[in-house]
Design a protein around this ligand. Structure first.
Ligand code: SF4
Ligand code: SF4
Length: 196
């Protein structure tokens, strides 16, 4: 993926966004970023990102909400914590990436047809509804939402795996799954992700 080097305009800013992120516990130190680029240098995935971690930090701080929430970078971050360990200002870059991912899902502004956020969304929904995931159903839903044509192309292989018992269409469920749903809803409320 090519790193974006487009000019940013004042009109594209969403005033207050940076402050909002920096008010989240664990994200406060972003204010002290010196743009040294160490995070981008140590990140094993930065060469695939549209904005490097250093750029994301500055975009957040400068209120460029849409750029960061719609970027591929936050979804390519593998949470390896290398950047967080090396940052000379003790900025918890990985946690900031998590916060951005959560907001992108909540506001449904993640890149459409990009598998990682869709997988995260479907995974959470499945755990909420059943208490367990079914790998077959999870992967099928992800393919249907992101690459439906590829899903059709893989149908033959899927059927073979189902026939041989390597895949199962069965959806396991835990008992009293309404309890786990209530826990997840309470966590969302606590984090301001849903209305009370
Ligand atoms: S390593 Fe830390 S201080 Fe340096 S650019 Fe990255 S976030 Fe900023
Ligand atoms: S935590 Fe994410 S941004 Fe930081 S180095 Fe690892 S992959 Fe890169």
């Amino acid at each position: 993926m090519e790193i974006k080097r487009t000019i940013k305009y004042e009109a594209d800013r969403v005033p207050g966004f940076g402050r909002e992120i920096m008010s989240v516990p664990g994200c406060e130190a972003l204010e002290h970023c010196i743009q040294c680029g160490t995070c981008s240098g140590v990140c094993p995935l930065s060469i695939y990102m549209d904005y490097t971690p250093r750029q994301v930090m500055e975009l957040v701080r400068s209120d460029f909400k849409n750029e960061v929430l719609q970027s591929h970078t936050i979804w390519l971050c593998a949470s390896c914590y290398a950047c967080t360990v090396e940052c000379p200002r003790q900025i918890r870059i990985t946690d900031i990436m998590y916060e951005l991912k959560q907001r992108a899902i909540k506001e449904r502004v993640y890149p459409r047809r990009f598998p990682i956020p869709v997988l995260a969304e479907e995974f959470t929904r499945m755990v909420h509804d059943h208490g367990r995931i079914s790998e077959t159903r999870l992967v099928s839903r992800m393919y249907l939402r992101t690459r439906p044509l590829a899903a059709v192309g893989m149908a033959g292989l899927g059927l073979q795996l189902l026939k041989s018992g390597r895949f199962s269409w069965k959806q396991d469920r835990i008992k009293q799954r309404e309890q786990i749903a209530r826990i997840m809803e309470a966590v969302d409320r606590e984090n301001g992700k849903t209305e009370a």
